[in-house]
Design a protein. Structure first.
Length: 700
């Protein structure tokens, strides 16, 4: 994928001399000069050193952070090999000990570590001392259940303080954390958790969203029935005070411990942080390919800590003086980033519920009331604000906000400019891109660089990011595959259960040997101050809706359970500056019952795919399919439209041609989008070509 270089966009913001002088990156540069004799003319020189000498950079940052280790490392990196790199071998540490370090400071103990709000709870605070004590009590409960290092402990809870305490108790013990948000259905949760065989689950009775309460106890019982490894539930009455969980109907005994009881039983417990090796598993997060079950990605204690301090502390410029807000569900990697920001000493603001309820001003009102200094959101939410015509700065005093963060999908120029026009003019806009897989960002921000409209400011320190063409050649000013050419500490250790490493290798390294291919279209632009970047959507077939990724195979399992459906194909059409459009194509078992004719129409408003009145699908069937996806998988991944298709295009080996179909619908040249000779049914692509001509989404 290539495109001509665009003219230099306008500069929306430049940092003041005071902002530069007080930044964490300036402090790091001064430290490098004083302790290493290293000085750099600009950020690009610093970045180049950080990837030319990755061992030197990461060793320097280890000492600058500083990392709290119980045993020293023998070497920084065993070899520059992907996969297979091992960082800081010999060093022992603990994630939770770094996160709760402020609780050991007498001057900080009474300060708020967490400030929270939900649709049920209007406001609450948890001090550093209270957070430490809560974590100690839950640690005691886990120990009483026999949880050991390496055991998997999972969560089915929303973005509330209980979940933060649970994570840190699990990590403090050296057990392995994994989380799904309670709005996820049984199929989605079981597909993830059954792969890792958890022994304990934290769960709520339900949650509020959009002014409504959703009791999830019946779903929780279905999950427990499908997870025979679970021996105990630590249960939170989040929806209804005093709610209980009846597990008598399960096929085995399962212990239920109310959260309040766990706190009471552990009220005298002391903090416990087990030192573990740097490359010890910390948590398992999930990202999906196009076939098979969701990938259980294992990240490490050490990699998460050192990358988290660098990402939040240096690039986002967050410190103890900050109040850090980023809207996220507990099923998204951004929640992990949110709570890892505790390592900087910042106060973390938790918002649970619908950010659009009772209206789109809700998050801004929360941020203004709590004097947030960092406001994190998503391009999808910003686009909603634009369409609704809201003006936060007119309604609220938002002068405490110094930075606005955005991730999950590309942030368009229109969204960039709305932020400066409607939140504040003197704002560091932190548009970042990375994700679940690397456990960090590839492309990020820096408070000493200008903001160009529609672009991310720079590549991350110590992260050797590039854009490759099909032959593996670097591109500038053109769109290519986002790659990382050298290992970073936060890269996954492995996939859980992937005993020979083949699934891990095939997910990132089978296109460019020894180079991580991420699956995003990336354009790097050489500007005066730095190399900026722009993401143009996914280059593979993973569904990425508003930052939450799901594999197509998960939808297929639900859709193809319907007796009327013989086959299916789903394509996520996401492109910079365009609305996300998820198209589901189904092959009906009785094709004579309807028509699959193409009804030509012009482009839809705003560039979205035009939805034909003649989709060829009975409206009742379409509604039932969409409802099943919403209930069993996720409300975020419900397709925009269902179309009848004569046949699903497939490879010789029977794989669905999702990526070629996506490329055709995005306007790629046909000869570069698909090779008919590699198809088992080359005639099937003709329908897709006709459909693309009638339903224009975007021209690349």
């Amino acid at each position: 994928m290539t495109s001509a270089a665009h003219p230099t966009p306008k500069v929306l913001w430049r940092p003041s001399k005071e902002r530069i002088a007080g930044s964490q990156i300036k402090r790091f540069e001064t430290w490098l000069k004083d302790t290493r004799g290293l000085s750099f003319k600009n950020y690009e020189e610093l970045w180049q050193w950080s990837v030319d000498d990755i061992e030197g950079f990461w060793e320097a940052f280890w000492q600058f952070a500083p990392m709290k280790a119980h045993a020293p490392y023998r070497r920084v990196l065993n070899e520059k090999k992907m996969p297979g790199a091992r960082w800081f071998e010999g060093a022992t540490l603990n994630y939770t000990e770094h996160m709760l370090a402020r609780a050991s400071d007498p001057a900080s103990r009474k300060r708020p570590a967490l400030i929270y709000r939900s649709e049920r709870v209007k406001r609450g605070e948890v001090s550093w001392a209270e957070l430490e004590q809560g974590v100690a009590a839950i640690t005691h409960a886990l120990q009483s259940l026999g949880v050991q290092q390496g055991d998997r402990v999972v969560s089915y809870m929303p973005n509330i303080p209980h979940t933060v305490m649970a994570l840190h108790a699990v990590a403090g013990l050296g057990a392995i954390w994994s989380s799904c948000s309670p709005d996820m259905g049984t199929v989605s949760v079981v597909d993830r958790f059954k792969q890792i065989e958890p022994t304990v689950i934290f769960a709520v009775d339900g949650y509020y969203y959009g002014g409504k309460g959703f009791d999830r106890r019946s779903t929780l019982l279905e999950i427990l029935q499908a997870l025979p490894s679970v021996k105990a539930v630590i249960f939170v009455d989040n929806l209804e005070s005093g709610a209980t969980l009846d597990v008598s109907g399960l096929d085995r005994p399962v212990q239920v411990i109310p959260w309040s009881q766990a706190l009471q039983d552990g009220k005298d417990a002391r903090p416990f942080y087990r030192p573990v090796e740097f490359n010890t598993p910390l948590w398992i997060v999930y990202s999906s390919g196009t076939t098979g079950m969701p990938k259980p990605i294992v990240h490490s204690h050490g990699g998460t800590v050192i990358e988290g301090i660098k990402g939040s502390g240096i690039h986002l410029d967050v410190g103890p003086q900050d109040r850090f807000y980023w809207f996220s569900s507990t099923g998204w990697i951004m929640w992990n980033l949110l709570v890892t920001t505790l390592a900087t000493g910042a106060t973390v603001l938790l918002f649970d519920g619908n950010p659009g309820y009772p209206d789109l001003y809700a998050p801004f009102e929360f941020a203004a009331r709590e004097k947030a200094t960092f406001f994190g959101t998503s391009p999808a939410f910003v686009a909603q604000c634009i369409k609704a015509g809201i003006e936060p700065a007119r309604r609220f005093k938002m002068d405490t906000i110094r930075s606005v963060g955005s991730t999950g999908s590309p942030l368009s120029e229109e969204c960039h400019e709305w932020i400066y026009g409607h939140i504040g003019q003197d704002i560091h806009l932190c548009s970042i891109s990375g994700g679940t897989d690397p456990g960090s960002a590839f492309l990020t921000s820096l408070p000493t660089l200008p903001i160009y409209s529609g672009e991310m400011q720079c590549r991350c320190l110590g992260v050797d990011v590039d854009a490759f063409d099909d032959e593996g050649r670097s591109l500038r000013g053109q769109v290519g595959e986002l790659v990382c050419k050298q290992p970073i500490p936060s890269f996954p250790l492995y996939f859980w259960g992937d005993t020979d490493g083949s699934r891990y290798f095939g997910s990132y390294f089978d296109t460019y040997p020894g180079v991580w291919r991420h699956g995003d279209w990336l354009q790097l632009n050489v500007r005066k101050e730095s190399v900026t970047s722009k993401i143009y959507g996914r280059s593979d077939s993973t569904i990425n809706r508003h930052g939450i990724r799901m594999g197509t195979s998960e939808l297929y399992r639900v859709v193809e359970e319907f007796p009327e459906v013989a086959d299916s194909l789903v394509v996520d059409l996401e492109y910079l500056g365009k609305p996300s459009f998820l198209a589901l194509y189904i092959v009906l078992r009785d094709p004579a019952a309807t028509s699959t004719a193409i009804v030509p129409r012009g482009p839809a408003p705003d560039g979205a795919v035009a939805a034909s009145r003649e989709t060829g699908v009975d409206p009742d069937l379409a509604a039932r399919i969409l409802s099943a996806i919403k209930t069993k998988l996720s409300a975020r991944h419900v397709p925009n439209q269902v179309y009848a298709i004569p046949e699903v295009p497939r490879t010789m080996s029977g794989k669905k041609l999702e990526v070629p179909v996506k490329r055709i619908l995005l306007g790629h040249p046909l000869d570069k989008a698909v090779n008919r000779d590699s198809m088992a049914n080359p005639h099937s692509i003709d329908w897709i070509i006709a459909f693309a001509g009638a339903f224009t989404y975007a021209k690349v």
